[in-house]
Design a protein around this ligand. Structure first.
Ligand SMILES: [Ca+2]
Length: 242
């Protein structure tokens, strides 16, 4: 009896080995002004349904034969999207994890000329720049300075000081892992412990040339701030999971 089972297992493995491996070919599009991700995949043999999850938490399921796409809305925003073909061992993922930069910046009112006041994106991370060096200006995405005169350091769009004409506005983060749709300003007071959304944009309309980041204020006084920036590398996507 034992021998017979082993022979059956052997012939099964042999017959499977001649078939091309199946793939979901999981793909996506940023949708809904950057709030949603539309995922789609190929049907695979043997799947009874497809489980969609974000960061290990099930979002929904799609029965086999009833569709091969799903829109993941902002309430489920996170980092890793997974689609599992239940009934097979086929699982594929898309990783929307942000890059992370820690920064110390100073107010442009700080008299110490060795203290950098501005920052800009260099590939996927933020670099520090001196406002005094105008050759840096085209690289600057925001700078620190008390532009509204209330003795607190502010996060400012480069447009405020005429550094360049990008908008790059900020807004209180709100809740969840999705940057807000509205409430953006050119100048935002930085408060220790607060979180802000940074919207990198050449105009004031959302588009697929834009990027979003999530800024945590680790400390802030009138001259010096420490920031942690999570940057979503996917164009247009408001999701920034931590
Ligand atoms: Ca201020």
């Amino acid at each position: 009896m034992r021998m017979k089972r082993l022979l059956l297992a052997g012939s099964f493995a042999l017959s499977c080995s001649v078939l091309a491996p199946q793939e979901l070919n999981l793909r996506y599009e940023v949708a809904d002004n950057g709030n949603s991700v539309m995922v789609s995949w190929d049907q695979v043999d043997g799947a009874s349904w497809y489980r969609i999850s974000v960061d290990g938490v099930a979002v929904d399921s799609v029965q086999a034969g009833s569709g091969t796409s799903f829109r993941i809305t902002s309430e489920h925003a996170g980092k890793v999207v997974r689609v599992e073909a239940v009934g097979t061992n086929i699982t594929e993922e898309i990783d929307f994890s942000p890059s992370v930069t820690d920064l110390i910046l100073f107010s442009r009112e700080d008299p110490d000329t060795l203290h950098p006041e501005a920052s800009g994106l260099y590939y996927y991370y933020f670099e520090r720049y001196f406002i005094s060096d105008t050759s840096n200006w085209f690289r600057i995405d925001f700078y620190i300075g008390d532009e509204n005169g209330d003795d607190t350091a502010d996060l400012n769009s480069p447009r405020v000081y005429g550094i360049n004409n990008e908008y790059n506005m900020s807004a209180p983060w709100g809740t969840g892992n999705c940057a807000p749709d509205s409430g953006y300003a050119l100048t935002t007071n930085l408060v220790q412990g607060a979180e802000f959304a940074l919207w990198l944009s050449y105009d004031q309309e959302w588009g697929l040339a834009d990027n979003f980041a999530r800024i945590t204020v680790d400390s802030a006084d009138s001259f010096r701030v420490e920031l942690t920036i999570h940057y979503q590398m996917e164009y247009g996507l408001r999701w920034v999971g931590k």
